[in-house]
Write a protein that binds this ligand. Structure first.
Ligand SMILES: *Cc1c(COP(=O)(O)O)cnc(C)c1O
Length: 405
């Protein structure tokens, strides 16, 4: 959780600015707010880092991906290609919009592959919701080719990849709209919050209206605004935006330290354990480096490695293959469409049987993947200790797996 490791005077100052005026609402109240506009400043800061033309701060990363899909015109009955490895919010957003998720294969980038996307296309496919996982990025040049060839809409969930880029373009900005999360576990946090980005003015306007009951925010009298579309409340509060602003200013520094720490660990580990590899980064220089992603030789070895880590009391890692939130094997509620109410998806024809998906590549990749969260406050000694613990456990796991065969 790198962002939360770095709370300080800066966060306090921004929050106190808001508390002093008492205007916790992001719109209007011009007379009382003393020119304090934290949500707007937060958006400007995100634009500065990513180069996005438009940014909209909202109440969560989930709201941001939901609004990004809606504002891009994704709705009833549209098939949206999604990965089986993501935070569940991506899939929930598609279903809540009345659209139909179609699962496609990921590869060693931990993201959808061009090949996976192409195989999942049907005549009803409208969009791809690409998810940039674990601080890295998808292989954009091959993916953009497929998007163009089939004239699909691209929306990016960059919930875990704020400040990551591919050949100079930041995640979230390759398609029609993208989203970042600023929840408690991300590279920067607002407590709860998200930001939607786009380079398209119409998409931005639709998102802006959609996230505030359709208000067009023109003029200074909230009661007299027009409502070009129906929307809902996905607004961020000024307090959350204040924290997000201070944290976003720290991101360039956090990213650069993360990258050094990741490189340090990777070098030590690779030098001692020949059999280990890492997730594939299509552009190494664009890595936000929030995770060290170890690829074990097999799922069997990874499982033994996790047991060894637990035995040794080494924490701070995710084995997504068995984690309840990020991989499809544990998503029975989603696969069985268990909503509290009747939803469009219950009446739509679904081209896949969610309970019998055939995604061998994704199973193989996530089975082998163990991710360690990179911490920005680590000392060199702490990193050496962690690396030597990881190396011990890796050697044991690889040895044990060999002798089981
Ligand atoms: C964290 C995350 C989200 C959701 O963000 P919240 O701010 O927690 O709602 C969505 N997608 C991905 C890939 C995430 O990692």
């Amino acid at each position: 959780m790198p962002g939360t490791e770095k709370f300080g005077q800066e966060e306090l100052k921004e929050v106190m600015d808001v508390m002093q005026t008492g205007i916790l609402f992001r719109y209007n109240h011009e007379a009382q707010r003393n020119n304090i506009w934290k949500a707007k400043e937060f958006e400007e800061e995100v634009k500065k880092i990513t180069g996005a033309k438009y940014a909209l701060a909202v109440s969560s990363g989930s709201a941001a991906i939901f609004a990004a899909l809606a504002a891009s015109g994704i709705g009833y009955g549209d098939e949206v290609i999604v990965p089986p490895f993501t935070f569940a919010a991506t899939i929930e957003a598609v279903m809540l919009l009345g659209a139909v998720p179609v699962f496609a294969e990921i590869d060693e980038t931990l993201c959808l592959s061009a090949e996976g996307i192409e195989k999942a296309i049907t005549p009803r496919t409208k969009a791809v919701c690409l998810v940039h996982m674990c601080g890295g990025m998808a292989d954009m040049s091959s993916i953009l080719e497929v998007i163009k060839k089939h004239q699909l809409i691209l929306v990016e969930d960059a919930g875990q990849a704020f400040a990551a880029s591919y050949k100079g373009t930041y995640t979230g900005l390759f398609g029609q709209a993208g989203s970042y999360s600023f929840d408690f576990f991300k590279i920067a946090t607002a407590g709860e919050g998200g930001v939607l980005v786009t380079n398209d003015e119409h998409t931005y306007k639709m998102a802006e209206y959609f996230c505030d009951h359709g208000h067009n925010h023109e003029g200074t009298n909230r009661g007299m605004e027009q409502h070009p579309v129906v929307g809902f409340n996905f607004r961020i509060s000024e307090l959350h935006a204040a924290v997000g602003l201070a944290q976003t200013r720290r991101v360039p520094e956090i990213k650069s330290i993360n990258r050094k720490h990741k490189q340090y660990l990777q070098t030590l580990i690779k030098n001692s354990v020949n059999e280990i590899s890492f997730s594939r980064l299509p552009d190494k220089s664009g890595d936000s480096a929030t995770f060290l992603n170890l690829m074990l030789p097999s799922t069997e070895t990874a499982k033994i490695f996790v047991e060894e880590l637990n035995k040794k009391g080494i924490g701070g890692f995710n084995y997504w293959y068995t984690n309840m939130y990020h991989f499809i094997n544990q998503w029975d509620h989603i696969k069985n469409l268990k909503f509290p109410n009747k939803m469009a998806i219950h009446y739509l024809s679904i081209s896949q049987d969610y309970n019998n998906l055939y995604l061998p590549k994704s199973q193989e990749v996530i089975g082998r993947l163990v991710s360690f969260g990179i911490r920005v406050n680590w000392t060199e000694q702490e990193m050496q200790q962690l690396a030597s613990g990881i190396i011990d456990c890796l050697k044991k796991a690889i040895y044990t797996a060999k002798h089981l065969q």
